[in-house]
Design a binder for this molecule. Structure first.
Ligand code: NDP
Length: 332
């Protein structure tokens, strides 16, 4: 009997917020493997904010998905069939295998991973792309010095949680901004940040001021909007801002900056970056992050939706801040 593959494709483009009818679940027969190919059974899918951008037909740093394309996504899985000299059945791998049960690969862009070192799912978060994003923005743009104050928004999330923990390991004061008392408590009590401000409590600026008595030397921006405004007002002269994400505006709503003149008066460096454009640092960053996780010096939390069919709901939840930690989907 022909084996089938379930996959989720882009059915239509969202005009504002993503909705379930932007996706379609399909079944297609698995093709026979060619020489030099192997088949991966996906175990976990990573759900990431960048997926929202790929659903638009707009100019950006990456090509949009076409209608009918399998939704893009990183997965961890296992080689289940191989005609490739370097990949054997049983190898654990991570790659851009998409929102589907199986994918076929020639090995390009695929990394073998060792789940004896850290759990398989960590390769999609803290020891994967989000971890490298945190490592790059913090070390290469903010370049923290011991004793400085570093602020990060979306602090309980996949990227933000790593930023603050790395800042602490560098001897800094780490201050998070997160949505809700529960997330803030986790950021301080579990992740070891010095403070975390709940922007949903309605007193962001005064609370941030109290949490940053010496001002802010480095800001890792994941959200945009009011956290950007509040932190900008606390920046010290010659502070550095790593502009990583502006999730508050991903559905098309504007995220204006109220006082851009502070960039001038405080002589700030503001640098946007895309982590996949810095592949040269990935081996160093992944090595460092994996070691820190294995040594239990870097903690992480996951939020797992069960079943491929729940991937759309998981992405919609992430885009509304409903995830608590790295958002994953368990496929099999
Ligand atoms: P997270 O795990 O942090 O999840 C997203 C979080 O954003 C939510 O949980 C929510 O946390 C927060 N958030 C704040 N405001 C909003 C809002 N208006 N709408 C929705 N969510 C909001 O995601 P990641 O760690 O994967 O990504 C964090 C940021 O980093 C994103 O902006 C992403 O695009 C960016 N990124 C950039 C990369 C690059 O190369 N430049 C690479 C990878 C990620 P809370 O409840 O605390 O508000």
């Amino acid at each position: 009997m022909t084996q089938m593959n379930r996959r989720i494709v882009l059915a239509s483009r969202p005009q504002t917020a993503v909705s379930p009818d932007n996706f379609r679940l399909e079944q297609t027969p698995l093709a026979t493997l060619g020489d030099g190919q192997f088949r991966v059974r996906n175990h976990y899918l990573s759900i990431d904010p960048y997926m929202r951008g790929r659903m638009n037909d707009a100019k950006s740093y990456a090509e949009p998905l076409a209608i009918g394309d399998v939704m893009i996504g990183a997965t961890v899985g296992e080689v289940v069939e191989s005609k490739h000299p370097s990949f054997v059945v049983g190898d654990k791998v991570t790659g851009m295998f998409g929102w589907q049960d199986y994918d076929t690969s020639d090995g390009v862009g695929v990394r073998k991973v060792d789940d004896a070192l850290v759990p398989l799912t960590a390769y999609l978060g803290v020891a994967g792309m989000p971890g490298v994003t945190a490592w790059y923005g913090l070390n290469k743009i903010i370049a923290p010095q011991s004793g400085q104050t570093i602020v990060v928004s979306a602090a309980s999330g996949a990227v933000g949680s790593v930023v603050g923990q790395l800042a602490k390991l560098a001897g800094c004061r780490a201050v998070g901004i997160a949505g809700g008392e529960q997330k803030c408590r986790y950021v301080v009590e579990e992740l070891g940040f010095d403070a975390c401000v709940d922007y949903k409590a309605g007193n962001l600026y005064p609370a941030l001021k109290a949490a940053t008595p010496d001002g802010v030397d480095g800001y890792f921006e994941n959200v945009g909007g009011e956290s950007f405004d509040a932190t900008l007002s606390r920046m010290n002269p010659f502070g550095r801002i790593a502009l990583c994400g502006m999730i508050a505006g991903y559905d098309g709503q504007p995220v204006p900056l109220k006082q851009p003149s502070i960039i001038l008066t405080m002589r700030l460096l503001v640098q946007g970056f895309i982590v996949t454009e810095h592949l040269d640092v990935w081996p160093e960053a992944l090595g460092a992050l994996t070691r820190l996780v294995a040594q239990k010096k870097l903690k992480f939390r996951e939020c797992v939706a069960d079943g491929l069919e729940r991937a759309p709901e998981a992405l919609i939840g992430l885009l509304h801040g409903q995830n608590f930690g790295k958002q994953l989907v368990k496929i099999a």
